[in-house]
Design a protein around this ligand. Structure first.
Ligand SMILES: Cc1cc2nc3c(=O)[nH]c(=O)nc-3n(C[C@H](O)[C@H](O)[C@H](O)COP(=O)(O)OP(=O)(O)OC[C@H]3O[C@@H](n4cnc5c(N)ncnc54)[C@H](O)[C@@H]3O)c2cc1C
Length: 328
C-alpha cells in the first residue's frame, strides 16, 4: 500500500486547534492523489476527549500516543516522540500547522528523520505530477512553487485550507507505544493559561475599523479610533500593533488572534498577510486603504482605496459625522 500522509494534531487544554481540520483537508487531497491513507497523530496525556473529537474528523486512522511523560513535554521531547512514530509508519509526508508549535517542531523533526522541511507554506498540491508546496516571498507579493520528490515535513499556514467536512465513518484508533524513558527533559510546560476576557469582543462587532503597521506610531491611533467611533464600530488591528504593545491582544484579528465576520471590515495600513486574511476574509464587505497598490489585502477587498490613510481616514470621519448629524 502507498505510504500515508500523516497530520500532526495540535491541541491544548483538551481542545483541538482549528488548524488540524485544515491540515486534514490538505492531507485528504494528497492522500487521494497518492493513493494512500490519511492518518492523524495525537500525542500527549489523557487524550480521551481529543481523540473522541477527532473520530469523525475525516482521517482514516488516529494514532494515539498517550503517556504520562508527555503531560508536560515541551518541544524537544515532542519532536522526538513524533520522529519515533514517523520511523515506525514511514509516512510519505508529515503535515504540521505553521503555528508557534509547528515552527519549533518542523525543523527538529526533519533533522531527526534526515528529511527536508518546508515551513511557511500556503499550499500543497499535485502539480505536473509532483507534490508541490507554495511559499510566499517578499511579504506575499510573490510566491515560489517547490516540487518535492522525497518525503518531507510540510508546515502549512493557518487558513491555507478550509476545514475538512466531518466524516460519517469513524476513524480507527490505534495506540502507539513509544520509548518515553529516554525523552529529554531540559524544558517542561508548566501551565497553559487562558487569556482573560477583555472589555471588547471584536468577534461580535458589526463594523470593524482595523489598523496595521501602516499606522506608524502609537500617537496616530486616535485618528483611526475616531473613525471607528463615528461609524459606531470598534477598533481592531493586525498583529504587529499588538506585538509592540499599542493595542491589547483581544483586538488582534488573524490566525493567532480572533476570527471576525462583521458587516464591514475597514483595513487601514494592513498589507494582507495570510495570517491576517485568515481572521477577516469572510467579512461581508471589506474595504482596504493602503498606499501600496500591490498590497495583497486588495486581493480580498470589495473596495480598495490606494492612498495615504492619514489623508483618507480624516475625510471619512468627517463624512461619517456629517451623515450622522443629518440622520439625528
Ligand atoms: C505563526 C504566525 C501567526 C501570525 N498571526 C497573525 C495574526 O493573527 N494576525 C496578523 O495580523 N498577523 C499575524 N501574523 C503576522 C503576519 O505574518 C504579518 O506580519 C502581519 O499581518 C503584518 O501586519 P501589517 O499588515 O499590519 O504590517 P505590514 O505587513 O508591515 O504592512 C503595513 C502596510 O501598511 C501600508 N502603509 C504604510 N503606511 C501607510 C499609509 N500612510 N497609508 C496607507 N497604507 C500605509 C504598507 O503599504 C503596508 O502594506 C502571524 C505570523 C505568524 C508567523
Amino acid at each position: 500500500m502507498a505510504r500515508a500522509v500523516l497530520v500532526l494534531v495540535e491541541h491544548a487544554g483538551g481542545k483541538v486547534d482549528s488548524v488540524t481540520s485544515q491540515l486534514l483537508t490538505a492531507g485528504r487531497q494528497l492522500a487521494t492523489q497518492l493513493n494512500g491513507g490519511l492518518v492523524a497523530l495525537v500525542i500527549g496525556h489523557q487524550l480521551d476527549g481529543v481523540v473522541g473529537a477527532l473520530k469523525i474528523s475525516g482521517a482514516d486512522k488516529i494514532l494515539r500516543v498517550d503517556d504520562p511523560a508527555l503531560a508536560s513535554a515541551a518541544g524537544e521531547a515532542q519532536g522526538q516522540v513524533i520522529a519515533q512514530v514517523a520511523r515506525q509508519i514511514e509516512p510519505r509526508f508529515l503535515l504540521i500547522g505553521y503555528s508557534l508549535v509547528g515552527m519549533e517542531l518542523t525543523p527538529a523533526i526533519a533533522t531527526l528523520l534526515g528529511i527536508n522541511a518546508f515551513t511557511n507554506c500556503v499550499n500543497v498540491e499535485m502539480r505536473d505530477g509532483a507534490v508541490t508546496v507554495t511559499r510566499p516571498l517578499f511579504d506575499g507579493t510573490q510566491h515560489a512553487h517547490i516540487a518535492l520528490d522525497e518525503s518531507a515535513v510540510i508546515a502549512l499556514q493557518k487558513g491555507s485550507f478550509a476545514p475538512l467536512e466531518p466524516s460519517t465513518k469513524e476513524a480507527a484508533v490505534e495506540t502507539v507505544a513509544i520509548d518515553s524513558m529516554n525523552l529529554p527533559s531540559r524544558s517542561q510546560v508548566l501551565a497553559i493559561i487562558e487569556e482573560p476576557a477583555g472589555d471588547v469582543d471584536i468577534g461580535k462587532a458589526e463594523i470593524i475599523v482595523s489598523i496595521g503597521r501602516g499606522i506608524g506610531n502609537e500617537d496616530k491611533i486616535p485618528i483611526v479610533a475616531e473613525l471607528a467611533d463615528a461609524l459606531g464600530g470598534v477598533l481592531a488591528c493586525s498583529r504587529p500593533v499588538v506585538d509592540v504593545g499599542w493595542l491589547p491582544r483581544e483586538r488582534q484579528v488573524g490566525a493567532s488572534g480572533k476570527t471576525v465576520t462583521p458587516k464591514v471590515y475597514l483595513a487601514c495600513g494592513i498589507s494582507g498577510a495570510i495570517q491576517h486574511l485568515t481572521g477577516m476574509r469572510d467579512s461581508h464587505r471589506i474595504i482596504a486603504i493602503n498606499k501600496d497598490p500591490n498590497a495583497p489585502i486588495f486581493g480580498v477587498a470589495h473596495i480598495g482605496v490606494v492612498g495615504d490613510l492619514f489623508e483618507i481616514v480624516p475625510a471619512l470621519t468627517k463624512a461619517a459625522k456629517e451623515a450622522k448629524s443629518l440622520r439625528d
